[in-house]
Design a binder for this molecule. Sequence first.
Ligand code: S3P
Length: 169
Amino acid sequence: MTDKNIVLIGFMGSGKTSVGKKISMQLKREFIDMDDFIVQKVGLSINEIFKQHGEQYFRNLEKDLCKRLGKAKQKIIATGGGVIKDKKNVDNLRKNGIIIYLQTTPESIAHNLKNDHSRPLLAVGNKLEKIRELMAERTPLYEQLADVTIDVANLDLDKTIAKIIQEVS
Ligand code: S3P
């Protein structure tokens, strides 16, 4: 098994946190959820961080954390969906990590986030439309920055994990 970090990228609601938690249990490696880490550090929810300090403040914290995680080893890391907006973030995460992109459809994201109110960027009238718009903008970046792409639209959690483990072994 690789010594590298397993770094999950992909759109909000694509399953990075659930997949990351389960892989970390299976491989007995520490799990780091970047959003949770930032929430703990600031002492505010993501919604409150955006509301009180603005998106740029959050992006700066995200960027610093990517730098630190470039030096970590054997971790399972779930990123926030916007981490790819700055290529340097992913370059840092790749220093000691394999970048796995969980790819899915706007419909599947909309379904997963139907009752979710924790994503400030999706707090709009028409969620599906916003998901489509952001996805169109970001998909080329996810694709370009991934070492491995896994289509999770029709895969259950266990199959997704088996595939990732196979890819990194
Ligand atoms: C964001 C995704 C979120 C969180 C923040 C911004 C984005 O993380 O970092 O709300 O820009 O896509 P998840 O992908 O874990 O929802």
